[in-house]
Design a protein around this ligand. Sequence first.
Ligand SMILES: Nc1ncnc2c1ncn2[C@@H]1O[C@H](COP(=O)(O)OP(=O)(O)OP(=O)(O)O)[C@@H](O)[C@H]1O
Ligand SMILES: [Mg+2]
Length: 397
Amino acid sequence: ALILIVLILESLFIFRPLTRRIQKKADKLAASENKLRDITSALGEGVYVSDKEGRVTFMNPEAERLMGWSEAELLGKLISETVEVRRPDGELIPVNERLLTKTLGTGDSHKTHELHIARKDGALFCAAIVVTPIKNEGDVTGAVIAFHDIKNRKQAEEAMKAAKEKAEEATKIKDKFVSLVAHDLRTPLTVIIGMMGALVSKTGSNLSENQKDICRRAIKSGENMVDMIDRLLDISKLQTGRIKPERKQFDIHITVNACIEGFRPLADEKEIRIISEIPKGAKFHGDPYLIGEVIKNLVSNSIKFCGSGDEITVFVPSWDKTSLAVKDSGAGIKENVIKNLFKHEEKTSSIGTAGERGTGLGLPLSYDIIKAHGGELTVESIPGAGCIFCITLSKTI
Ligand SMILES: Nc1ncnc2c1ncn2[C@@H]1O[C@H](COP(=O)(O)OP(=O)(O)OP(=O)(O)O)[C@@H](O)[C@H]1O
Ligand SMILES: [Mg+2]
């Protein structure tokens, strides 16, 4: 009886605390598992844990929601035998190529941006997956698999792609339309100008001086229109890549001088001085014709907005041998106009100091030309005191 009493006492004092300790440990384990569940749920990612054989040991509610399987249904099951995974093209991924198999085999992390996982009901969902190994003293003891649904991202990507394609298609149609219309407008217009020219020519007619003056004004307007059409065609060709700038070395001194000489009579008439400070033999890289067109537009603008006594200088700024600047002491440009100068969609054209009119396409075209060279066209101005336009070409072309 004594032995029995001793045994009972022993069991009371030894086994009870032991069971209590075991219970405590189990509670702690359950608490830490719940904590893990809470943390992984808060991340918004589906997470499950696999042992080293690929059997599920833990699954969070987001993983249950995404896969359609409950944790209870998958616990202890080989995930590779239960859940099918396919490539984006629909091909089934063999077990030995699955990310989990690879991670358990090599101990490395693996991830993919897009895989199709079969839910319990057979429907597929697109997921991005990251598999990270769990290691104990260097040995792989399992892996954590985190994944999320990329449906929204994919939908956004597809919507963006469709919108881009639509916009590109619309641009193509617009460009085709512009060049078609522009081309068809140009031909009859040049005929009209030619015929009006015959009317005002010495041998052409017995029109009165007043009538000839009307014809000359009509011719001027017609010529402006041809100019505008040519620019529209050039812009369209540049934008669609039908004109690619030539890339060669050329003498910028000669180009600038030729341009200035062309404008000299007009400048003299308005009593404006034009000076080139480009050093003899200075070389530029790019398309000589197109860059010449830009310089012509800049100089013609300066002449247009300068008056008697003003000065225009073309020079290479000291800070950069790949730049060229056109500076004038004319009317300058207002702050609110400056920001729109290079935009095709904004009308910035204004009337010059001698009543000159323009198309307003000169600067947008110049900007496109310099951009097509990989360069920059910039402008600074003090209204009333003049402005300076600066072309900077890329050094690498
Ligand atoms: N040097 C300048 N001084 C003052 N204003 C200028 C100068 N250069 C450009 N601008 C302003 O910018 C506008 C747009 O110039 P842009 O060269 O694009 O067209 P435009 O000269 O009016 O027409 P086009 O070039 O077809 O003859 C001008 O009308 C003028 O208002
Ligand atoms: Mg102009």
